[in-house]
Design a protein around this ligand. Structure first.
Ligand code: ATP
Length: 630
């Protein structure tokens, strides 16, 4: 597919504010795509050159992109920056210059040698009125830009992007210039892509569950799409876990009482302490050396032993949000290498800070200080972490998610020490009856833990699913509600009176409607934030401000301005009530759910993506449970 064709689709996608139209346009785009390029298209429509969990960022700041545009079209950099400021978007500024440059003439049809895209890009300086570059060629150039490292990186990135822009038509220029800055805001969520893939090949959305299953196991839209296009439905069904690709985590349900839990879990069930830290998914692969020795060439061996070009990271860590956090926790990486007795494995656990002198667990506010990018080594010493491992999903080359919890736990016990220095087995007890739950719960809470996780003994690991295979019981912190609610900021009301100084006077927040891949409103939050929090919100809102309502937002309320649904807040409310003004769970009469007396508990930061916010289904359940509890 020509990149210019994809650019026309970008235009259509950008113009719609309806989710169903998004699906429709995307499915037409996918129908035109070949199996070899569908993966790349899936990344590009989300403005990326790799799945979201890979830290392959193009890594160019505004000033670098402006330099590349200036260089491409023979313009002054200051002029580019000025134009960008007045138009409010780098892509539009680039498009305008590109159009001007085309009108000045000098363009000739651009010839590309299909097998050597990079070479042809380097040698040609021709401008194209309708570029002939393929999607793959543009993708490969962007990927090349992302991979430059070391000395001279800035110059290399700028000149490669500028050469690329020269070869593109103005509409393509607009979108390519926005990709490095992350400002290609098409607002396409992963479920929307899955729906469109099904529609493209099957003619309806019936394959969404199968696609979703494959996606839950790998979190890689490009990989899922390519497998589907190459190997059809059968290939999708055969997708297994891959070490290095994060699995979407299994999630827990809530219930109002221990008695209700016993009804769900049956006679005997497992219980583990609920640690109040952060979730870590560990991917352990065979060491470079042993991998190479087993089946590779001497050249590979030389490379691996000299440590110049490691082919595989030995240990990778992912957060709850599936972000690669390996660099932040060198102590866990070392601990896993030293203490886990397996060649390859995928483990899940909760990392929590503790005081090694007193063997005390530290509160969440302390643990969370470890989630930082800088001065990592210093924090490792100040706040050492212990990883309490509670599940095993993959062992020595085999996906074991289908095995029941009881068996996975047994295998886990064989590879993780009970009392490791960094990696420890989470305590587990087999319980019967509500009384035993209450007893263990009180014990856990008195040790400074958050509560209990109850687990069904015969349940497989359900990737990406919230279900009654796991039930969480937290220390009562949420009044009558069984839990806090994670809400996404959708819009901002400007401040009045004292609050004008913060820029933000209130927020419109929503929850996630999973089936429709939409964000629906549930509350306006005006009080319950400290001055500092208002300032923080204002900073966030400025970054996420968009010119019109995003296509995946469904709201009856019009805020002062809309923001890209991205930032998740944990909200504590007294009650969930019915309300005609909100769209969350609205029935046929338009009555939805609302939060009564909402207060901010904390910013969830990078821990949760917008799609990980509380869902409408969960709100409905919590609404029903609050009355049972009373
Ligand atoms: P969720 O992760 O369910 O969306 P959340 O992030 O708001 O919700 P909680 O509701 O507090 O978190 O509970 C679930 C989280 O508890 C898990 O994601 C995991 O990080 C943590 N956890 C702590 N101990 C355990 C355990 N023993 N088993 C499973 N998860 C545990």
């Amino acid at each position: 597919m020509k990149f210019s064709t994809l650019a026309q689709y970008y235009e259509k996608l950008e113009a719609t504010s309806k989710r169903l139209e998004l699906v429709d346009i995307l499915s037409k785009l996918f129908k035109e795509a070949k199996a070899e390029e569908i993966g790349k298209i899936c990344y590009l429509i989300q403005g990326r050159v790799a799945p979201f969990f890979e830290a392959t960022e193009i890594g160019m700041a505004e000033s670098m992109v402006a330099s590349a545009i200036a260089k491409a079209f023979g313009e002054d950099k200051d002029k580019v920056t000025k134009s960008y400021r007045s138009l409010g978007n780098m892509g539009l500024a680039a498009q305008k210059l590109s159009q001007g440059s085309h009108q000045k003439g000098g363009q000739a049809p651009f010839k590309v040698h299909p097998s050597t895209p990079s070479a042809s890009l380097r040698t040609s300086s021709l401008r194209a009125s309708s570029s002939k570059l393929s999607v793959s060629e543009v993708f490969d150039e962007l990927l090349k830009i992302a991979k430059f490292t070391g000395k001279g990186t800035v110059e290399q990135k700028v000149s490669t992007l500028s050469e690329l822009l020269k070869k593109l038509d103005p509409v393509s220029v607009k979108h390519v210039a926005n990709i490095p800055l992350g400002t290609l805001r098409l607002g396409i969520g992963d479920p929307t892509v899955l729906d469109a893939l099904s529609l493209a090949k099957k003619g309806d959305k019936s394959l969404r569950p199968v696609l979703e299953d494959a996606y839950n196991k790998t979190s890689d839209l490009g990989y899922v799409a390519e497998t589907y296009f190459k190997l059809q439905e059968g290939g999708l069904k055969n997708i297994k876990l891959v070490v290095g690709k994060p699995i979407r985590p299994a999630l827990a349900e809530r219930l109002p009482s221990a008695e209700e839990a016993v009804k769900r879990l049956g006679g005997e069930f497992a219980a583990e302490p609920k640690f109040d830290g952060f979730r870590v998914q560990v991917h352990l692969s065979p060491s470079i050396k042993s991998e190479v020795i087993r089946g590779s060439t001497l050249k590979d061996l030389a490379r691996a032993t000299s440590g110049v070009e490691p082919r595989l990271e030995h240990v990778k860590l992912f957060s709850r949000n599936l972000e690669n956090t390996t660099h932040a926790f060198p102590d866990i990486v070392e601990g896993v290498k030293r203490e886990v007795g397996a060649k390859s494995a995928i483990l899940e656990g909760e990392a929590i800070a503790y005081n090694p002198t007193t063997s005390e667990f530290l509160p969440f506010q302390e643990t969370t200080k470890r989630r930082r990018k800088y001065q990592v080594e210093e924090m490792v010493k100040k706040l050492p972490l212990v990883l309490f491992v509670f599940d095993l999903l993959y062992l020595n080359g085999k996906d074991i998610t289908e095995k029941p919890y009881r068996e996975r736990r047994k295998l886990l016990t064989g590879i993780v020490p009970k009392e490791g220095k960094v990696v420890r087995l989470a305590e587990e007890r087999t319980l019967k009856g509500a009384g035993e739950i209450t007893k263990f719960f009180n014990e856990a809470v008195s040790e400074g833990l958050e509560g209990l996780m109850l687990k069904k003994l015969d349940s497989p690991y359900v990737a990406g699913g919230r279900g009654f295979h796991w039930i969480k019981f937290k220390r009562s912190q949420a009044g009558e509600l069984t839990d806090t609610v994670d809400c996404v900021i959708l819009g901002v009301f400007s401040g009045k009176g004292k609050r004008t100084e913060f820029g933000v006077g209130g927020l419109l927040v929503g929850v996630y409607e999973k089936k429709r891949d939409e964000f629906v409103t549930i509350s306006r939050i005006g009080t319950g934030l400290t001055d500092e929090e208002f300032r923080q919100v204002n900073e966030l809102a400025k970054k996420l401000k968009v010119s019109h309502k995003p296509s995946r937002v469904n709201s009856k309320i019009e805020p002062t301005f809309w923001v890209e649904p991205k930032e998740v807040l944990e909200i504590y409310a007294d009650e969930i009530t019915r309300s005609p003004i909100h769209t969350a769970g609205a029935d046929k009469d338009g009555i939805g759910y609302a939060l009564r007396f909402p207060r901010l508990v904390k910013f969830r930061g990078k821990d949760k993506r917008a799609e990980d916010a509380t869902t409408v289904e969960e709100v409905e359940k919590m609404y029903k449970q609050q009355y049972k509890k009373k």
